[in-house]
Design a protein around this ligand. Structure first.
Ligand SMILES: [Zn+2]
Length: 573
């Protein structure tokens, strides 16, 4: 048998192993087998090195036992450190990581090996850990032979008192939570077992019938008639109406005794109700079914008072809510109100419908999310173009109208007249030409007529002419202008919406192009300098789109000469 000893000091820690050999005659011999010592690390540790010594012993003992082919459980270990011994008895999860790692190694190397306590003076491993002179070592019986008690197995200690609780360092701090439950609800647990009021009624009815039958047997009475006219044999398999009714009033009575104990006592003793009672303002009586009944000013209508907070009332309301197809709370209040006077029924029904899965599914609102910004293609406004054309020079002026309103048309008219001068006479289409074709043309006519009235109110000298009805040929000059404008617009603008400033650029560009068209065919008219006459010549004495020519600007006489030419041509037109 192997005995290992571990000890440590501030300088070193050591382990020593002794072999205990029992002879055939029963004589016991103990001898030092091997020992090992290690110097303590220079850095001071907060934890004792006794555990390191125990770990060293575990390594040495497992190697020795393996070399000698002695079973490891036929060994015993000794240490003088109570703390290290206590740690080895503790579950690993209660120890801090440093200690738990070392204890785990020891337990793994020495499974099932008992550890015993020994005094420091009797520990032979004390010599290598503290140091000893050579002379003393040679003479030391303790070192060479080991402990005396190793020879007497009966003197070996069975166990030792380990440290427990706060005395032992190196333990994880633990928090203890004490939870106490105090049940304040009524004692009848039968109500909490069932989720349906109707099912509970039937079960109570069966219990009551069993009770009645037992009583009847005990009294040795042949109860042929228990419930009025029905016999036991007849309704043995089914519950009768009176069974259910009996069960119902039994439950209601218990419910009222729980909810209104003071009221019950006062009424049964013919006393007045306490002032704090919820039934104080009502006339309360006990019915023949032994339940409390309340009535208001109409004595015929008597209701059974119940507390809405009672668990049985909640169960009843929840069952009725489902029974009446999840009807609204108002409906249920009126239905229940025919028989019961439930205090706080509104709140209870609200809670029930709020927690009811079916009601939640039906009443749920679909998820809504904040709408994003509209794409720019959807935010553009329709724009309208207004074409003014000079009847004599064919000069074109285009204006943008925001809408088909009189105000916008007048604004366009004022912009035109401010830039080009106020016209003396105005010719416009007659809206009746297009009646039935499009509403917009009719609207246009109304606008122009209104505009005419307003203009004539302010500017007396504008004479407004409408073309005759059903004769679009009278307005050929502006119809042609519109056609040209539309063609140019289609060619210039790609099919995508334009911003207002982009549209203004396009419009002025079209206007310039239209004013730069020759008035007559260049072949038919002989012009000085071979330049075709355009409407622009009447405005800036040259085509709008032509690059400026030096001769046009340098000579004033030349300009006046051209003006004279233009006037001459205009007169000819
Ligand atoms: Zn519901």
């Amino acid at each position: 048998m192997l005995h290992g000893f571990a000890d440590s000091s501030t300088k070193a820690f050591a382990a020593a192993i002794y072999l205990r050999n029992v002879g055939e005659d029963g004589s016991v011999r103990t001898t030092l087998l091997c020992s090992k010592a290690r110097v303590c690390p220079l850095k001071t540790r907060t934890l004792p090195v006794e555990l390191e010594a125990a770990k060293l012993l575990a390594h040495l003992l497992s190697h020795t036992a393996a070399a000698l082919k002695i079973p490891i459980n036929n060994s015993m270990c000794w240490s003088d450190s109570m703390i290290a011994l206590s740690w080895m008895q503790k579950p690993l999860h209660k120890l801090i990581t440093f200690v738990a790692n070392r204890v785990a190694i020891i337990q793994e190397l020495l499974p099932g090996v008992p550890w015993r306590h020994i005094n420091s003076e009797e520990n032979p491993a004390d010599f290598p850990s503290r140091g000893i002179s050579a002379d003393d070592m040679v003479k030391s019986t303790l070192w060479w032979k080991g402990l005396k008690i190793l020879q007497y197995k009966s003197q070996w200690p069975n166990d030792c008192h380990y440290f427990t609780g706060d005395k032992l360092p190196g333990m994880k701090s633990t928090t203890t939570v004490l939870l106490t439950l105090h049940k304040t609800e009524e004692n009848c647990t039968l109500w909490e077992l069932y989720s349906s009021y109707f099912k509970l009624l039937r079960i109570v009815a069966w219990i009551l019938r069993f009770h009645r039958c037992c009583l009847a047997k005990k009294k040795k009475i042949k109860t042929a008639t228990i419930n009025n006219n029905t016999t036991i044999q007849d309704d043995e398999l089914f519950l009768s109406y009176s069974d259910i009714r009996h069960a119902k009033f039994t439950l209601l009575r218990q419910q009222q005794m729980d909810s209104f104990p003071e009221e019950w006592n006062s009424i049964s003793k013919n006393k007045l109700l306490p002032k704090s009672s919820p039934l104080a303002g009502l006339s309360v009586s006990i019915s023949d079914k032994q339940v409390l009944m309340v009535s208001g000013r109409v004595s015929d209508r008597k209701l059974i008072p119940l507390s809405g907070k009672h668990i049985l009332t909640k169960l009843m309301l929840r069952t009725l809510h489902q029974f009446y197809s999840h009807a609204s709370n108002t409906t249920l209040i009126s239905i229940v109100g025919n028989e019961f006077y439930i205090i706080g029924i509104k709140n209870q029904l609200k809670k029930i419908s709020r927690t009811c899965t079916k009601c939640q599914q039906v009443n749920a609102h679909p998820m809504s999310q904040r709408m994003g910004l509209l794409p720019s293609i959807r935010t553009h406004q329709d724009q309208h173009l207004c074409l003014f054309i000079c009847m004599s020079t064919r000069c074109v002026h285009l204006e943008v109208c925001k809408s088909l309103s009189t105000e916008d048309f007048l604004a366009a008219f004022w912009r035109f007249s401010n830039r080009r001068g106020c016209p003396q006479e105005m010719y416009s289409d007659n809206g009746s030409n297009f009646q039935g074709a499009a509403n917009e043309f009719y609207k246009l006519q109304q606008i122009v007529k209104k505009a005419k009235q307003q203009l004539q109110a302010h500017v007396q000298n504008i004479k407004w002419h409408f073309t005759p009805p059903r004769s679009p040929n009278f307005g050929g000059i502006w119809e042609a202008g519109i056609k040209v404008m539309k063609t140019l617009m289609k060619k210039m603008v790609e099919p995508h919406p334009l911003k207002l400033d982009e549209l203004m650029n396009v419009i002025t560009s079209i206007e310039a192009l239209m004013n730069s068209r020759p008035l007559l065919s260049a072949e038919g008219v002989e012009l000085e300098e071979g330049l075709a006459l355009t409407p622009a010549h009447f405005l800036i004495y040259r085509p709008m789109k032509a690059p400026p020519h030096s001769s046009n600007i340098s000579c004033k006489n030349h300009i006046s000469q051209k003006v004279a030419t233009c006037a001459k041509i205009a007169a000819r037109l």
